[in-house]
Each structure stands twice: as C-alpha cells, then as structure tokens.
Write a protein of this length. Structure first.
Length: 206
C-alpha cells in the first residue's frame, strides 16, 4: 500500500463510494479535540529498529516508524505533542533477517523462558539482550520524554503481576536504573505481565 501510494497508483478510500459513510477528516477531528482540551493518544506500530529512515536498512519496513512520523500521519503538528512515551522491551526482539547486535541463541532464550512469534507472519522472533546504545539512539530520534519497559518479569520471574514499584526485586530495580541511564529519561510504566492490570504506573510521580 505504501509503495502504491508513492507510485500514485493506489486508490484512496475517499474514491470508493461504498466507504463514504466511514470517511472523515482525521486531522481536523484530532485538532478540534485538542482545541477542546481533550486528551488524544497517538499510538505507533512496529519497532524503531525497522524504521525505513533510521533502522537497519535494507532490513526495514516500508515507512518511518518514529514518533515524528506518527504525528505527521495523523495531521498533528509537533508543537501539539506534550509527551512521547517510547516503549522498550526488556529483551528486544526481531523477526526475519537483519543485524541484531545483542542476539542470543534459541537455546539461551528458551532457558530464560522467552519464546515469541510475529503477530502477522507467525515467524519465531529472534531474542536479544538489552541494547543500551540502541535504546539511547531511539530515545534521541523519537524525542522521548518518558519510557515504558515491558517484560520486567522476564528479568526476574518473581516480579510477575506486581503492581507496586516497591515490591519489585533488587534485580528488576537495577535493570530499570540501568535502562533510565541509557535512555536518559525516566521509566514511568513497567509491565510485569501480559494483562493490562499488570502494570506499574509511575507517571503521577513525575
């Protein structure tokens, strides 16, 4: 779809009569909502490491995946963004080919109880160790103001389901401290399991 758009061969939704009832000016609606002091959340997809512009080209996706592009895609100007929350996995992953500096073997990841598959292709994801250099670069390009860490229970299974920061183990807290130093911004959201309820939310403490 992105290639067809660039080549000017695609047909836009507004040109399909059957879709007329579902078409709106998203940029106008979002900016109207901001003018009314409503909270607007823009969520991106796919990892920063496969950004068309900043990822490990040519092993990348078909467009930029940075926060700036997310805002532009929705017609929201950069001065209207209050916070950029960059989500990092405690153990980064990658599907398919391409360089992966901290990749571990399947045997190593399985020993840690980590096994993931791509949501679309169902291909097994490659698993790596925390990459402070990549985290710092991602935070810079995205204009990170605060960070989220997922999978802290994989750093220490004793943290599974914990919703109080003080109940995290020393091992988990040390990891978060290291991540904050690498990222250069506070970690305010910490996932301790797959459920929405299994999150430590520290945003009120900023």
């Amino acid at each position: 779809a992105n290639a067809d758009r660039v080549l000017r061969t695609s047909r836009q939704a507004k040109d399909v009569p059957e879709l007329e009832d579902y078409i709106t000016d998203v940029a106008q609606d979002l900016n109207d909502a901001l003018d009314e002091d409503n909270v607007v959340l823009l969520e991106g997809t796919q990892g920063f490491g496969i950004s068309l512009y900043f990822g490990t080209y040519p092993y990348v996706t078909s467009k930029d995946t940075s926060a700036s592009q997310i805002a532009a895609d929705n017609g929201v100007g950069p001065t209207r963004i209050d916070d950029v929350i960059v989500v990092f996995k405690a153990y980064p992953t990658r599907v398919g080919e391409g360089p992966f500096a901290t990749e571990m073997s399947l045997e190593q990841s399985h020993e840690l109880g980590i096994e993931e598959f791509g949501t679309v292709t169902r291909r097994q994801r490659r698993i790596g160790l925390w990459d402070g250099k990549m985290a710092r670069y991602s935070a810079m390009i995205n204009g990170c103001t605060q960070a989220a860490i997922t999978g802290i229970d994989r750093i220490d299974p004793a943290c599974f389901g914990v919703t109080d920061y003080d109940r995290l183990t020393g091992k988990a807290k040390d990891f978060i401290a290291r991540a904050e130093k690498d990222i250069g911004k506070p970690v305010t959201l910490i996932s301790t399991g797959p459920e929405m309820s299994q999150i430590i939310d520290l945003r009120s403490e900023l």
